[in-house]
Design a protein around this ligand. Structure first.
Ligand SMILES: [Zn+2]
Length: 273
């Protein structure tokens, strides 16, 4: 009888231990599904000096600027010995998925000097924005594949940063689609909700995308458990998915890299500002 009780106790403790990493994520940022961890610019973006300057000057240029695109539509990457084989394989599942919907190629680095350097530091998931013309880090904190930084959508989210995409809710017209609840944002984290003007970011001839894998969830950087981003129709569930790429994510990726598009998300002209 005692043996059974001990076995049950061990099972319960084991289950609790397994659930702990997720709880600690939630403490850092309320929304598990947004998976934006870390104290970098907008949580998970490393901006170079030009990019920071661009944000503070009216002559902004970011995502639209072609110098941030990977030459030859090819991204060399170097896996980290800090990740397990299983984690490395999962990263490559994400890369294969990006390849399958575009004409981009991800190749293991041999002697290239410009490449994505995967790291597995314990401070979240984050990436530089676009091609940096040198070795650039992309960090994926170690989690079980399918959770935390190792959700497939999060892996692709970080690589979309590396390819040149900012966050969806940074779009210049976002206030027509979402309301930012400034009173609920953790003090000091307001910069995560910046928006960029239309000389920096473009919708690539399509419209605002609630379903983008690049959209924060409703509770990103909340200080009190209340929503920080509310879609205009009040449906909190429509933002922050990390299951995979939306149709418009694929559309924009293919336009940015001049691939043939296989999806057609009803493109509409951008509003004039
Ligand atoms: Zn991000």
């Amino acid at each position: 009888m005692n043996k059974i009780l001990i076995a049950i106790s061990i099972a319960v403790l084991f289950t609790l231990a397994l659930s702990l990493p997720l709880d600690s994520i939630s403490g850092r940022e309320k929304s598990e599904e947004t998976a934006e961890y870390g104290n970098h610019y907008e949580g998970d973006m490393l901006l170079n000096k030009d990019q920071l300057d661009a944000l503070s000057s009216p002559e902004r240029n970011g995502l639209i600027n072609e110098k941030y695109r990977w030459p030859n539509k090819t991204v060399p990457y170097q896996l980290s010995a800090n990740h397990t084989k299983e984690q490395q394989d999962y990263i490559e599942v994400g890369l294969k998925t990006l390849e399958s919907v575009s004409c981009l190629k991800f190749v293991r680095r041999t002697n290239e000097t410009q490449f994505v350097n995967l790291t597995g530091e314990a401070d979240g998931c984050y990436s530089s924005i676009g091609f940096q013309n040198k070795s650039q880090n992309l960090n994926l904190q170690k989690y079980e594949p399918g959770s935390g930084c190792f959700r497939l959508g999060t892996i692709m989210h970080e690589f979309l940063h590396a390819l040149g995409f900012y966050h969806m809710q940074s779009a210049y017209d976002r206030d027509d689609y979402v309301e930012i609840k400034w009173d609920n944002i953790t003090p000091g984290m307001e910069h995560n909700f910046n928006k960029y003007n239309s000389s920096v970011v473009t919708h690539f001839n399509t419209t605002y995308d609630y379903e983008s894998v690049m959209h924060y969830g409703a509770f990103g950087f909340s200080k009190n458990g209340n929503a920080t981003i509310v879609p205009t129709d009040g449906d909190l569930g429509k933002i922050g998915q990390r299951e995979g790429l939306s149709k418009k994510d694929i559309w924009k990726l293919n336009l940015m890299y001049e691939c043939e598009n296989t999806v057609e998300p009803e493109p509409e002209p951008e509003p004039e500002y």
